[in-house]
Design a binder for this molecule. Structure first.
Ligand code: NAD
Length: 173
C-alpha cells in the first residue's frame, strides 16, 4: 500500500521526519509531495523545491530510511482548489491513503473519496517551519530543530544569509 504526505517543508524539520517514519509503519511506500514548489526567496518560502528535495533526501538517508520506500515529488500550487487533487494525482504514483494535518488538504482529499488520516503532531510548538524560520532570523538556536543533514544543506546554500538579505528587502518595500 502507498500513502501520500504533502508539505511545504520550509525547511524540513524533525516533525516532518517523525511523521514520515510513522507513515512508513502503516504503508510500504510513502509519496512525499513538496508543496508550493514554485515558491522560493521569500521570508515564508525561502527555499527552492530543489533545495527542499535535497534536504529531505539527505535527512531520510541520515535516518536510515531506505530510498526504495519513498518518492519525493515537487508539486506546484494551482489556482483552483476544486481540481487540486486531480493535479496531485497527475504528478504522483497511485496512492490510497492521505496523511495531513492541514484542514484544506484533508477536505479536498475527503471530498475526492480518499481515506485521510491526521497524524499526531510531534512537539508542534517548536517543530514547525514558522518557528525554525523565526529563529533563523532572530539568531536563535534553530539548528536543534532540524536533522544535521538539513543543517549542512542550509549552510551549503547560505540559507541564513539569504533570509537576512530578504528581510531587509521586505522591510524596504
Ligand atoms: P507543512 O510543511 O506545514 O506540513 C506538512 C505535514 O507535515 C502536516 O500536514 C503534518 O501532517 C506534518 N507535520 C508538520 N509539523 C509536524 C510536527 N511537528 N509533528 C508531526 N507532523 C508534522 O505543509 P502544509 O502547509 O500542510 O502543506 C500543504 C501544501 O499543499 C502547501 O504547499 C499548499 O500550498 C498545498 N496545497 C495547494 C493547493 C492548491 O494548489 N490549490 C490546495 C491545497 C494545498
Amino acid at each position: 500500500m502507498r500513502g501520500l504526505l504533502v508539505g511545504r517543508m520550509q525547511p524540513v524539520h524533525e516533525g516532518h521526519l517523525d511523521v514520515i517514519k510513522r507513515i512508513l509503519n502503516e504503508v510500504e511506500e510513502v509519496i512525499i509531495g513538496i508543496g508550493s514548489a514554485q515558491l522560493s526567496h521569500t521570508l515564508k518560502d525561502p527555499f527552492t523545491a530543489g533545495e527542499r528535495v535535497m534536504m529531505l533526501t539527505k535527512a531520510l538517508t541520515e535516518n536510515g530510511v531506505p530510498a526504495s520506500s519513498y518518492y519525493i515529488i515537487p508539486i506546484e500550487d494551482i489556482i483552483c482548489n476544486s481540481v487540486w487533487v486531480a493535479h496531485v494525482k497527475m504528478l504522483t504514483p497511485p496512492f490510497k491513503h492521505v496523511y495531513s494535518g492541514n484542514p484544506l488538504v484533508q477536505r479536498l482529499f475527503v471530498e475526492a473519496g480518499y481515506q485521510v488520516t491526521e497524524p499526531p503532531l510531534f512537539n508542534r510548538e517548536i517543530y514547525s517551519g514558522t518557528e525554525v524560520r523565526r529563529r533563523m532570523l532572530q539568531g536563535e538556536d534553530w539548528e536543534a530543530l532540524v536533522p544535521d543533514s538539513v543543517l549542512e544543506v542550509i549552510e551549503e546554500i547560505e540559507g541564513i544569509s539569504r533570509l537576512n538579505h530578504l528581510s531587509k528587502k521586505e522591510v524596504k518595500e
